[in-house]
Design a protein around this ligand. Structure first.
Ligand code: AGP
Length: 613
């Protein structure tokens, strides 16, 4: 996950920035860099690899200055080398930018700027930002206005920090959407800016979190906040407790809420370094998979528990549809007792955020003992499931503290999509046009998730309306059937409301008997190939006097005629729709539990890592 740190004050900014970047080191990165204003000149040091490499470089060729910005990077556009590392500098050497997020329209911007004579030094999308700032500054804008104008040209979600030798008394920071936060730390005669609180906490406890579409001009003694349109915004200063756990929670009430909101960033990071949008290719190097091995695979068995198993169910559809490899989903606690049909042409793929779930590890061992190739999709780096696997897709979500998994659910959905495209490519079952189409669909996903998060208020209203219900039925079909399971699991585990996820087509075979006013039905009816079927399920539930909360795609005209309770989601390519439909259901469960005053992050009887059978 990318990290940002900046400083302005009377001290030397270099050690402050390097220390701040170190605090973000646990998130992992592939390159790092910093820029300082040294005697009126911008000096930059950047290197690929771990932060220690950058530290060594700075120690060999020191730079000092009272204002500076730094960055750790996970590559999205362009390989992880020194040239592509942030900060990026403009053509005149007077502007530098660090950035979290993806400039979705960077190809068009790059072409436009190149046509005007701009020479690009890197392959990154971020470099377009610094050239735009430079261009608007040159046409008479202040640094602040140049950044504001630049933001209007960028598509996607961004956290941006800019510094310039032309206005050496300030740093300009901005946040659009949810590609990571921007937090300002207030000091005495000095101020800090970072993507994450831990990076600046050793210096100050007074923090201001930028909301989406806000900008800050940060001076030594003053911070000025405005919205992107230029209207002034009052500073809301929060005093952060020293407790590092509380500090990590930032502006959110619970870790679960924070982690739900981190998904734009975790999904951006999931794509980073693995998807080459220009070539329309996916690379999963840590799977250690040759073309020959990929073509030998006869079957994949996905094994997992709980939420991870729900991700696996979506993965089955993705891999079978895209890569045409048969997939079974085996509940890990059953697998080793099932005499599974596994041989050396079978892959056993374990999904686990903790990587330490006893049942999942036992299933992996069962696979190993029968000669299968072992893969894992794991969040906890260095965990057992990662260590014992022959190949791994590491989730890029950072620590997940809330017991109810949220960001460690949507990341594997994308990981499995990437796996499906990667396998399809290696096995030559899709043509280049299909591959480009599938890869291209990924680009907008973080922003679509951001759109769902921006609608939290509407979900909160729905939670208020239904918080006192005792039972709920979640229905879905096809690729959104596992999301109905997952929505129900989220609700039951944190709110203790009885919730069942059910394949909607099975309703008429029994569960329909349960439907009455006291059993609201959550019906997932996004614009996917099962939409018409779901409409008739909604009609059936309504005919039995049930109350229906429908999840529908923006612009749908049929669903509002059936029910007034609608959770709207933006239009999404259907193979990726589970990533988007998950978000309102996570928020719905979260807000119900939170309104009920429950211990959202540590629900009763549950643990983050289930290390017993
Ligand atoms: C998720 O909200 C649950 N707490 C639980 O179902 C969890 O997904 C399951 O225990 C598997 O955990 P793992 O991903 O760490 O293997």
């Amino acid at each position: 996950m990318c990290g940002i740190v900046g400083y302005i004050g009377e001290k030397d900014s270099t050690p402050i920035i390097l220390n701040g970047l170190k605090r973000l080191e646990y998130r992992g990165y592939d390159s790092a860099g910093l820029a300082v204003l040294d005697n009126g000149q911008i000096e930059i040091r950047r290197d690929a690899g771990k932060l220690s490499q950058l530290e060594a470089l700075v120690s060999d060729t020191p730079i000092h200055g009272k204002i500076g910005i730094g960055h750790t990077r996970w590559a999205t556009h362009g390989e992880p080398n020194a040239r592509n590392a942030h900060p990026h500098i403009g053509s005149t050497g007077e502007f530098v930018v660090v950035h979290n997020g993806i400039v979705e329209n960077f190809l068009a911007l790059r072409e436009e700027l190149s046509a005007e004579g701009t020479e690009f030094k890197s392959e990154t999308d971020t470099e377009t930002i610094v050239h735009l700032v430079e261009k608007f500054f040159a046409s008479g804008s202040s640094l602040e206005d140049a950044v504001r104008k630049t933001l209007k040209h960028l598509k996607g979600a961004h956290g941006i920090v800019v510094m310039s030798s032309r206005e050496p008394d300030k740093i300009v920071a901005a946040r659009v959407g949810n590609a990571g936060g921007v937090v300002i730390g207030l000091g005495e005669g000095e101020n800090f800016v970072a993507s994450d609180l831990p990076a600046i906490l050793e210096h100050t406890r007074r923090a201001v979190f930028l909301e989406s579409h806000q900008m800050a001009v940060i001076g030594r003694d003053r911070v000025k906040l405005s919205d992107i349109a230029g209207n002034p915004v009052t500073l809301h200063v929060q005093n952060i407790a020293w407790d590092p756990v509380a500090a990590e929670k930032g502006a959110y009430r619970h870790f679960m809420q924070k982690e739900i909101h981190e998904q734009v960033r975790s999904l951006t990071d999931t794509l980073a370094g693995r998807v080459d949008f220009d070539e329309g290719r996916v690379m999963l190097n840590d799977l250690n998979l040759s073309t020959e091995k990929a073509r030998k695979i006869k079957k994949i068995i996905i094994t997992a528990c709980g939420t991870a198993a729900h991700a696996g169910m979506v993965g089955k559809i993705l891999i079978e549809r895209i890569a045409r490899v048969p997939v079974e989903v085996a509940i890990a606690s059953e697998f080793r007792y099932a005499e599974p049909l596994v041989d050396e042409d079978t892959v056993v793929l374990a999904i686990s955020q903790s990587g330490e779930t006893a049942d999942t590890l036992a299933a992996m061992e069962e696979g190993r003992s029968r000669g299968a190739l072992l893969w894992s999709n794991v969040n906890a780096i260095g965990s057992q499931a990662m260590r014992i696997a022959d190949g791994c897709i590491a989730m890029q979500v950072g620590p997940e503290i809330g017991v109810a998994s949220t960001k460690a659910f949507t990341a594997p959905l994308l990981d499995l999509y990437l796996l499906a495209v990667y396998l399809a490519d290696l096995r030559r079952v899709i043509d280049p046009d299909q591959r480009f189409g599938l890869v291209n669909d990924l680009m907008g996903i973080p922003a679509l998730v951001g759109t769902c998060l921006d609608r939290e208020e509407a979900v909160l209203g729905m939670a208020r309306r239904f918080k006192n219900t005792r039972h709920m039925l979640y229905l879905g079909r096809g690729i959104n059937m596992p999301i109905a399971y997952e929505g129900a699991l989220k609700l039951k585990e944190i709110s203790y409301i009885h919730a069942e996820g059910y394949p909607a087509g099975e309703m008429k075979h029994g569960p329909i008997a349960l439907i009455d006013k006291a059993m609201p039905v959550v019906a997932l009816a996004p614009d996917d190939p099962w939409y018409d079927k779901m409409i008739s399920q909604i009609e059936q539930a309504l005919a039995r006097g049930g109350e229906v909360i429908a999840l529908a795609t923006d612009g749908d005209e049929r669903i509002p005629e059936l029910t007034e309770h609608i959770l709207w989601v933006p239009a999404t390519p259907w193979l990726l729709s589970p990533v988007v439909t998950s978000i309102p259901l996570q928020l719905f469960a979260y807000h119900i539990a939170s309104l009920l005053g429950l211990d959202v992050d540590q629900p009763r009887n549950l643990a983050k890592s289930v290390t017993v059978e």
